[in-house]
Design a protein. Structure first.
Length: 229
């Protein structure tokens, strides 16, 4: 049994931190310049991924840099489709020039969380991906309706779970505004990563801006390998 370990990247100015994150992962979700990042950071992050043989994913979000894409925006499905497609194309131009390729798409922050519960938003993201590359995979919350929406559109999916986030009893992620939303203890995160992988998650995420993210990723990778994953 194998599991992917991914991280949201291309969001921070700290090049050394991002390089350390890249040492631990098998997939890198690179911000596309809307919620964070720019052409320089996208290129830097893509170069790191290509050099290490890490899979590259596009990480589009709401175009809201002031709030890091973590608040819902009042965009129509057509607007969400358009900005998602534009963001993927923006990253692809850089990745292709470097000799790499984007293999999957994972929405960021509020866009991801809204798509979990809002079929129209999930469909808008799916349409953008289908227009760009209908063979690409979409990362989505394990056990959530968004995966069924995308499967119904004929798109490939990967069920994602989070090592550094707390879950509510219904399987949703705890709102970041609430206490205990983040797991910053590396061993606790690693234990959760193994449990989630054994429960059927295809890919496990640790956010690059979580405090202690590098240590958490190292612990998760070691624990997953130790569990034969």
């Amino acid at each position: 049994m194998r599991v992917d370990l991914n991280c949201d990247m291309g969001e921070l100015e700290d090049a050394a931190h991002e390089a350390a994150l890249m040492e631990c992962v098998t997939s890198a979700n690179i911000a596309c310049g809307a919620h964070a990042g720019d052409e320089t950071i996208m290129e830097r992050t893509a170069r790191l991924a290509i050099a290490r043989g890490v899979r590259i994913g596009a990480h589009p979000g709401y175009p809201d840099r002031a709030n890091f894409g973590r608040f819902e925006m009042a965009l129509t499905p057509a607007e969400i489709e358009a900005t998602t497609l534009d963001q993927i194309a923006r990253l692809e131009a850089i990745v292709t020039r470097l000799g790499g390729a984007i293999e999957y798409v994972k929405a960021h922050g509020a866009l991801y969380n809204v798509a979990v519960r809002n079929r129209q938003v999930a469909e808008a993201i799916g349409r953008a991906v289908a227009k760009w590359n209908p063979q690409a995979r979409l990362f989505g919350l394990a056990g959530s309706p968004m995966l069924e929406v995308w499967r119904g559109m004929g798109l490939a999916v990967a069920a994602e779970a989070f090592a550094d986030r707390c879950y509510e009893p219904d399987g949703s992620l705890r709102n970041r505004k609430l206490p205990g939303a983040l797991i910053t203890d590396a061993e606790a995160a690693a234990s959760q990563a193994v449990a989630l992988a054994r429960a059927g998650a295809d890919t496990i995420c640790v956010h690059g801006d979580t405090p202690g993210a590098v240590g958490i990723l190292k612990a998760c990778r070691a624990a997953l390998a130790g569990a034969g994953l």
